[in-house]
Design a binder for this molecule. Structure first.
Ligand code: HSE
Length: 313
C-alpha cells in the first residue's frame, strides 16, 4: 500500500428522488460541493482539525459523530489502518438543509479522501457502503440517492438501499439541470416526518408508470418522455407546503421550457430538467425570480449532469 502524505478531494451537490424515485433515484450536478483535505500526522488515529463553511452551525469534530469522519473511519477500520495518524479538514461549500445533499457530499468526500490517501486500494463502487453509513449519521436513514451520485457521479437508480443494489443510468447528451436553492431551511428529518405511510393503489400505479418512463426516456434519449415522466404524485404533494412559492416556481420552470420540475431531495431546493444549456440557464433565472416574488432570495445553478462524482483536486 503506497500511502500519500496529503490529498484534497471534492464531492459535488446532488439531486435526490428526481421527482418519481423517492429514495431510489439521484444525480450529481456541477455547482457547489464539499472539499476534504486529509494528511498524515505523527499522532495515531484520525483527528478532524478544521471545519469551515458552516456559518453559525457547529458540526461535531469527533470522527465517530461526523459524516465525513465516520465514512473515512469505516474504510480505515476495514483496511486495518485505524491507527494511522491522520488529520482531516472539512470545507463545506454548500448549505445544510438545502436539499442539495450537503451531508452526502461530506460523507462521499471523507471516504474518497481516505481511499485516495491510501493509494486507492478500493474502487469507488466498493466505497459506497462506508459513504452511506457516514451520511446515516446525519439524517438517520440508510439511503444512497444523494451519497451514491456524490461519490460515483451520473444518474443512479437504486433497486434496494439495504443491499446497495445500485445501477448507473445513461445520461442523454443534451440533458441539463436548473437548480435553485431558496434561502430557507428544511431539515430532511422534518421533510420525512410529514410523509404518510398510506398510499392509494392508483398513486402507486401512476408513480410506477412515471418511474419506468423516466428510465426508458434516459435510455432512448427521449426528452418528451422524460418530461411526461417527471410527475410526482406521492411525495411532492405532501412536501410542497414546506416550500413557500413552490407551485409558482415549478410553474415558471415549465412555462419557460423545462421538461419537468420538482423538489430536489427533501427540499427546499427545486430542480428542473431541461434540454440544452441555454434553456437550463434561462429556467434557473426564472425560478429565482419566482422565489423573489415571495421575498425569498436564492442561488441558481445550471449544469449538465456531473458524471465524475468525487474527484481528487
Ligand atoms: N430521498 C431523501 C428524501 C433525500 O427525500 O427524504 C434526502 O435525504
Amino acid at each position: 500500500m503506497k500511502i500519500l502524505n496529503e490529498v484534497r478531494v471534492f464531492a459535488p451537490a446532488t439531486v435526490a428522488n428526481v421527482a418519481v424515485g423517492f429514495d431510489i433515484l439521484g444525480f450529481a450536478f456541477h455547482g457547489p460541493g464539499d472539499e476534504v483535505v486529509l494528511r498524515r500526522s505523527t499522532q495515531a488515529g484520525l483527528k478532524i482539525t478544521t471545519i469551515t463553511g458552516t456559518g453559525d452551525k457547529k458540526l461535531p469534530l469527533e470522527p465517530e459523530r461526523n459524516t465525513a469522519g465516520f465514512a473515512a473511519l469505516g474504510l480505515l477500520r476495514h483496511l486495518g489502518q485505524e491507527d494511522l495518524g491522520l488529520e482531516m479538514e472539512i470545507h463545506k461549500k454548500m448549505p445544510f438543509g438545502s436539499g442539495l445533499g450537503s451531508s452526502a457530499a461530506s460523507a462521499a468526500a471523507g471516504v474518497f479522501a481516505a481511499n485516495t490517501l491510501l493509494g486507492s486500494p478500493l474502487s469507488k463502487e466498493e466505497l459506497l457502503p462506508f459513504a452511506v453509513a457516514g451520511e446515516e449519521i446525519a439524517d438517520g436513514a440508510y439511503h444512497a440517492d444523494n451519497v451514491g451520485p456524490a461519490l460515483l457521479g451520473g444518474i443512479l437508480f437504486i433497486r434496494e438501499n439495504k443491499t446497495l443494489d445500485v445501477h448507473k443510468l445513461p445520461v442523454p447528451e443534451e440533458l441539463h439541470v436548473a437548480v435553485v436553492y431558496p434561502h430557507i431551511e428544511v431539515l430532511t428529518k422534518d421533510a420525512r416526518a410529514v410523509l404518510s405511510n398510506q398510499l392509494e393503489l392508483s398513486q402507486h400505479i401512476q408513480q410506477n408508470g412515471n418511474l419506468g418512463a423516466l428510465i426508458i426516456g434516459l435510455y432512448e434519449n427521449n426528452y418528451d418522455l422524460i418530461g411526461r415522466a417527471l410527475e410526482d404524485v406521492i411525495i411532492e404533494p405532501q412536501r410542497a407546503q414546506l416550500i413557500s412559492g413552490f407551485a409558482d416556481v415549478k410553474a415558471s420552470a415549465i412555462t419557460q421550457g423545462a421538461l419537468g420540475a420538482s423538489i430536489s431531495g427533501a427540499g427546499p431546493s427545486v430542480f428542473a430538467l431541461c434540454r440544452g444549456e441555454a434553456t437550463a440557464k434561462h429556467v434557473a433565472q426564472e425560478m429565482k425570480s419566482a422565489f423573489q416574488k415571495y421575498g425569498i432570495m436564492s442561488d441558481g445553478y445550471a449544469s449538465p449532469i456531473n458524471t465524475a462524482g468525487a474527484i481528487q483536486m
